[in-house]
Design a protein around this ligand. Structure first.
Ligand code: FES
Length: 103
């Protein structure tokens, strides 16, 4: 099922960086990369750290706590100690707003 939520203004998502928003009771990390917007769960799958506090390099987010990495396009873990994928959410842009499908 779809559950599209207005999560942010497109202008509030930084290019080549990450920001955190709460939408529909879910804490999300929103990323601007390559002119696109991506959304993942904010919490790292390895521990108690927020990916919005990490470092975005291309399409890869590095966790600030143990430097595990995830691909923001599909959530897969790309660098240990992160091994479990982080949840990703579909994104669409309409009228300058970022909508995220919380499913
Ligand atoms: Fe993110 Fe450990 S908490 S890599």
């Amino acid at each position: 099922s779809s559950n599209w939520i207005d999560a942010a203004a497109e202008a509030d998502v930084p290019e080549d960086d990450v920001t955190q928003v709460a939408a529909g009771g879910v804490e999300l990390a929103l990323y601007g990369a390559g002119g696109e917007v991506y959304a993942t769960a904010s919490l790292c799958t390895h521990g108690n750290a927020r990916l919005c506090d990490g470092f975005l390099d291309g399409h890869e987010i590095e966790c600030p706590l143990h430097q595990g990495k995830f691909d923001i396009r599909d959530g897969r873990a790309t660098c240990e100690p992160a091994t479990e994928a982080v949840r990703t959410y579909p994104v669409k842009i309409e009228n300058g707003r970022v909508y995220v499908d919380l499913g």
